[in-house]
Design a protein around this ligand. Structure first.
Ligand SMILES: Nc1ncnc2c1ncn2[C@@H]1O[C@H](COP(=O)(O)OP(=O)(O)O)[C@@H](O)[C@H]1O
Ligand SMILES: O=C(O)C1=C[C@@H](OP(=O)(O)O)[C@@H](O)[C@H](O)C1
Ligand SMILES: [Mg+2]
Length: 195
């Protein structure tokens, strides 16, 4: 019996990659992270990919990863924060999965992203991988990106969870919701979560 992929989306720093691992452990599912897939496939870091191909080129590579992952079932997937901006990605992902938004305020996100060196859109890392950018610039970029994307994230979400809590609490919220759906978990996952 197959289940639907649990696809985590939302802003950079919301905790998608972190929560995906825990959720996968709780369900005994395989976990995929689109950024990790891109690193493995290309042998390059995310900043290197942005520096080499630009954002548009990065999105095209990400699209190919998304298309491939959408052919599987029974996964937990941490999407890169920009993946659901494309309609073609959302259409592919919904064929086999449900979209769960992790939502947090810019204040919370900035706190979590302060030391980040692998998110080129935040301006905190140069093409050479060296850290640059001031805390004020980080805050401005997070606020602007959040303002640009918040509506889109909400619109495509099957479920939105408050990400300003512990990863375990976020996993519990997702599982509570998944249990109440008919087609998200397999019967054996259902049993395992209830135990
Ligand atoms: N629920 C949480 N509470 C506090 N810190 C978190 C939480 N989830 C993730 N973090 C931290 O925030 C940073 C970004 O998390 P990450 O999982 O990479 O987010 P995303 O994949 O959404 O960009 C990491 O340093 C991570 O350890
Ligand atoms: O929001 C975005 O556009 C991006 C988010 C990043 O992943 P996380 O959301 O895991 O940080 C990564 O895919 C890339 O830097 C672009
Ligand atoms: Mg991530």
């Amino acid at each position: 019996m197959m289940s639907r992929n649990l696809l985590l989306h939302g802003m950079m720093g919301a905790g998608k990659s972190t929560v995906a691992v825990l959720l996968g452990e709780r369900l005994g599912r395989r976990v995929a992270d689109t950024d990790e897939e891109l690193r493995t496939w290309t042998g390059r870091s995310i900043p290197e990919l942005f520096a080499t191909y630009g954002e548009a080129g990065f999105r095209d590579l990400e699209r190919r990863v998304v298309e491939e992952l959408a052919t599987y079932h029974d996964l937990v997937v941490a999407l890169g924060g920009g993946a659901v901006l494309r309609d073609d990605n959302v259409a592919s992902l919904l064929l086999t999965g449900v979209l769960v938004e992790l939502r947090a305020t810019p204040e919370v996100l900035v706190e979590r992203l302060a030391g980040s060196t692998d998110r080129p859109l935040l301006g905190t890392v140069g093409p050479d991988g060296r850290v640059r950018g001031t805390p004020a610039e980080l805050r401005q970029r997070v606020e602007r990106t959040h303002a640009e994307r918040a509506r889109r994230y909400a619109e495509v979400a099957d479920l939105t969870v408050d990400a300003a809590r512990t990863p375990d609490q976020i996993v519990d919220d997702i599982l509570d919701w998944a249990l109440a759906q008919g087609d998200v978990l397999t019967p054996s996952e259902h049993e395992q979560v209830m135990r």
